[in-house]
Design a protein around this ligand. Structure first.
Ligand SMILES: *[C@@H]1O[C@H](CO)[C@@H](O)[C@H](O)[C@H]1NC(C)=O
Length: 319
């Protein structure tokens, strides 16, 4: 039975971006009237006293379809870089991905839970598309049951390759997290959108389909628009799963319309972000010119959305 489902909706993103745009607009005008008329709702990130994931969190990955080794290593490095690691590139002043993840550990600590240690417990490949190339939500859930018993208490991650269509993909979301078996089995699905809707699910590495347009899309940090886009959605969903695995964890707003810790900052990557503009991010001048805001293991670069700072309830970008 599905107990909860949290999707990254385009509508939410759009509304948040619109709000950001409106608020920066009023600041630009310097009109106190507009600022005082606009009273934002008390949008605190609130803990609803339900279970959270904590401590050792094994992730079991199902690669559904055709992923190149280079694509797998981007996503594996991303997951493994969440847990603090020794960073040999001390000359690189960029923040680490584990510093970004620290907000999640802070939220767990505030709820009296143990610090996370995320690791990959298992990887399975379904190169023959055992359920075909058009999947509905119940088929995604069926795929998640193939995990090893050891991953209970952890997260099952289903990743679909660029040639797999999934119910609602591109129409209403780029991925989601959900659960079944009461409050035991949490899972995440994220798809590679590169051929289907990169403007929606791999923005800012591709021109958006609707809304304000940037002059040019950003160069993706690992040279793979689809997979660097998956990193953004996966970042949002892993943080959402750990802090709100079954719908009674941390979120803003009412149950049913809840907005989780990273989803609240969707579209915000650096300081000064507003609708259609990521904010200021770092550029890899010695490499491929890719845009990023954190580094991971072996110095790999990632662009991740801001997280909500629980003390101020505002989005706090890493750079
Ligand atoms: C999902 O697809 C499968 C296979 O096509 C079908 O048997 C099943 O009824 C579908 N489920 C839903 C909820 O649409």
């Amino acid at each position: 039975m599905t107990t909860s489902s949290h999707i990254i909706t385009k509508t939410t993103t759009f509304l948040i971006l619109l709000l950001l745009f409106l608020s920066s607009f009023s600041i630009c005008l310097g009109t106190r009237t507009l600022n005082s008329l606009y009273k934002p709702p008390p949008n605190l990130l609130k803990y609803h006293n339900g279970p959270l994931l904590e401590g050792n969190i094994p992730i079991s990955i199902l690669w559904y379809g055709n992923f190149k080794p280079s694509q797998k290593s981007i996503l594996i490095d991303f997951i493994l870089s969440l847990t603090p690691f020794h960073h040999p590139h001390t000359s690189n002043r960029a923040p680490t991905l584990s510093q970004w993840w620290k907000t999640v550990d802070d939220l767990l600590a505030m709820a009296g839970k143990a610090k996370t240690h995320i690791f990959i417990s298992e990887q399975t490949t379904d190169i023959h598309y055992s359920l075909g190339k058009h999947l509905n939500k119940s088929q995604i859930e069926r795929l998640t049951t193939k995990r090893a018993k050891t991953t209970k208490e952890g997260i099952m991650l289903v990743l679909t390759s660029e040639d797999v269509a999934v119910e609602g993909f591109c129409m209403s979301h780029c991925g989601y997290h959900s659960s079944y078996s009461g409050e035991k089995e949490a899972y995440i699905w994220v798809g590679n959108s590169v051929n289907q809707c990169p403007g929606q699910c791999a923005w800012p590495f591709h021109q958006p389909l609707y809304g304000p347009q940037m002059a040019t899309p950003l160069v993706s940090p690992n040279g793979d628009v689809g997979v660097d886009g998956m990193v953004i959605n996966l970042a949002t969903l892993i943080a959402g799963t750990v802090t709100d695995p079954f719908g009674r964890g941390y979120f803003q707003g009412e149950e049913g319309g809840e907005v989780e810790v990273v989803a609240a900052c969707s579209g915000v990557f650096g300081k000064g972000a507003f609708s259609g503009y990521t904010g200021e991010v770092l550029v890899d001048k010695t490499g491929n010119g890719g845009s990023y805001n954190v580094v991971g293991l072996t110095g790999r670069k990632f662009l991740v959305p801001a997280m909500l700072d629980p003390s101020t309830s505002s989005c706090s970008p890493m750079v």
